[in-house]
Design a protein around this ligand. Structure first.
Ligand SMILES: *Cc1c(COP(=O)(O)O)cnc(C)c1O
Length: 223
């Protein structure tokens, strides 16, 4: 299948599986491909691109300059504090806040650019050792401090399901993230959590059914 056909299929699945398709955006994960392939993606009208390495975004931004291409770059990987400064002026959403010190650094860099950066709190719902993201207990301790950071806008939650076959386990993880968002909107966030970033090539349909608003799909686009 072509890139275009794959993307059309995913956009169609959003309508099929999501209870609120108008709230859902596709993040085309481009970490596997070069700028020429990205141009094929952009031609379909999809312009939210997910990358997990700062240096790679920097290189691709040079090849896809702002004055020619309207791209919203989303950072979806493990972000090192010392790299935040490179992306702070332009990054659209950082999906992967997994510790207070990282949030503080993003806040500081956003302030120096006179902007507020949208971020998501990444939660390791399954508490697997191998996974990135906050353990719930640690995040709960940090919430009051995170809420005081004025130059980040915590606009939602993100998780990665384990690579498993068991659909019900994956579904439970996505559902728990949605329930957490609903609960925390009342308890701490006064309704400001809008986004649920969950679902990848293998499991985005389940994520859509469970209320995902940002699906991060990579490999399926290039098959
Ligand atoms: C690579 C990646 C994706 C996309 O995964 P696919 O299985 O290729 O769709 C989504 N989210 C994160 C955080 C990733 O690193």
């Amino acid at each position: 299948m072509t890139i275009k056909e794959n993307i059309l299929e995913i956009l169609d699945d959003i309508k099929k599986y999501s209870p609120n398709p108008e709230k859902v955006k596709l993040v085309a994960v481009t970490k596997y491909v070069d700028s020429d392939t990205i141009k094929e993606v952009l031609k379909t009208g999809v312009n939210i691109l997910g990358e997990n390495k700062v240096q790679v975004i920097e290189e691709k931004r040079k090849e896809l300059p702002e004055n020619e291409y309207d791209i919203k770059w989303h950072f979806i990987g493990n972000l090192q504090k010392n790299k935040v400064k490179y992306i702070a002026s332009y990054i659209d959403i950082i999906h992967s806040i997994n510790k207070l010190s990282l949030a503080e650094e993003i806040d500081k860099r956003a302030k120096s650019h006179n902007r507020k950066i949208d971020v998501l709190l990444e939660i390791n719902i399954s508490e697997e050792e191998s996974k990135e993201g906050y353990i719930l207990k640690e995040l709960l301790e940090d919430i009051p401090k995170l809420l005081k950071l004025e130059n980040i806008n915590i606009c939602g939650l993100m998780t990665m399901a384990p690579f498993e076959e068991d659909e019900e386990k994956i579904r439970t993880i996505f559902r728990n993230l949605r329930l957490l968002k609903e609960k925390w909107n009342k308890e701490y966030f006064n309704g400001q959590l809008k986004e649920l970033s969950m679902g990848m090539s293998q499991d985005y349909k389940i994520a859509l059914e469970e209320g995902a608003t940002l699906i991060r799909v990579g490999s399926k686009i290039y098959k």
